[in-house]
Design a protein around this ligand. Structure first.
Ligand SMILES: [Zn+2]
Length: 238
């Protein structure tokens, strides 16, 4: 999200960025020259214009810092739009404070770059929608070998990943087949951050239970290497 926020700054005029991101949190008076604190409007005309510019930049920096803290919670690295995902045919609402998070693998291609992962994501979604007839990609979120979290169905939308558990859990899937692919440290860190975000935003409860898919369905998912890894995580339960 930090990447996204900075990208927006680069591409968006200052007054639009602040107004859009912080409208409901910290309204900042703006005009077409940028941000001006109200008291600075009473400054005599002899004061150098440069000082106003400095104040504007400081205000922008503070706004960015506040917004970053606010938006860093509960976000993902790559939105569905950014990986070229298709819109869902329909959605089913998913409640908050769920009791479970379920870990999967896609049992398909592994990817190491943003470009490669985007292509794999589109392929997985096409398979789920066109071959399996699902309304969307099955998982709430996916994690690539590049260490990025990719939005699937996202927050508060029921996934299709663990049968009768769908309504009571979020589904997180690693791209690849972890009977032979291996988890890198940045992938593990991404998964743990995502789970923390899910707790912080109230999507799952603070006392949630973590399962591998094989614990709730007759499947080998999420592969041997993930299975060996997640059994050491704090919320995993046997
Ligand atoms: Zn699975």
């Amino acid at each position: 999200m930090r990447y996204k926020a900075l990208k927006e700054i680069e591409e968006t005029p200052i007054f639009i960025f602040v107004d859009f991101i912080c409208l409901d949190k910290a309204p900042v008076p703006v005009d077409r020259f940028g941000i001006k604190a109200p008291q600075r409007r009473r400054t005599s005309s002899s004061e150098p214009l440069q000082s106003i510019v400095v104040v504007s930049k400081v205000a922008l920096l503070l706004a960015v810092l506040v917004c970053s803290q606010y938006t860093a919670q509960g976000v993902y690295d790559v939105s569905k739009a950014e990986w070229g995902g298709r819109a869902p045919r329909w959605t089913v609402a998913l409640g908050n404070y769920l009791g479970y998070a379920i870990i999967h693998h896609t049992a398909g291609s592994y990817c190491e770059t943003r470009a490669a992962c985007r292509a794999v994501l589109r392929s997985v979604q096409n398979y789920h929608m066109d071959s399996l007839g699902w309304p969307d990609i099955g998982y709430n979120f996916l994690i690539g070998g590049d260490g990025s979290v990719y939005e699937g169905r996202g927050w508060n939308r029921m996934g299709a990943h663990a049968a009768e558990w769908n309504l009571y859990s979020i589904g997180i899937s690693f791209l690849g087949n972890y009977n032979w692919d291996t988890l890198e440290p940045n992938m593990i860190a991404a998964a743990k951050k995502l789970l923390n975000d899910a707790v912080n935003r109230g999507q799952i409860s603070s006392g949630y239970v973590l399962y591998g898919h094989r614990q709730v369905s007759a499947t080998e998912c999420a592969g041997t290497h993930i299975w060996n890894e997640i059994r050491g995580w704090s919320h995993w339960s046997g």
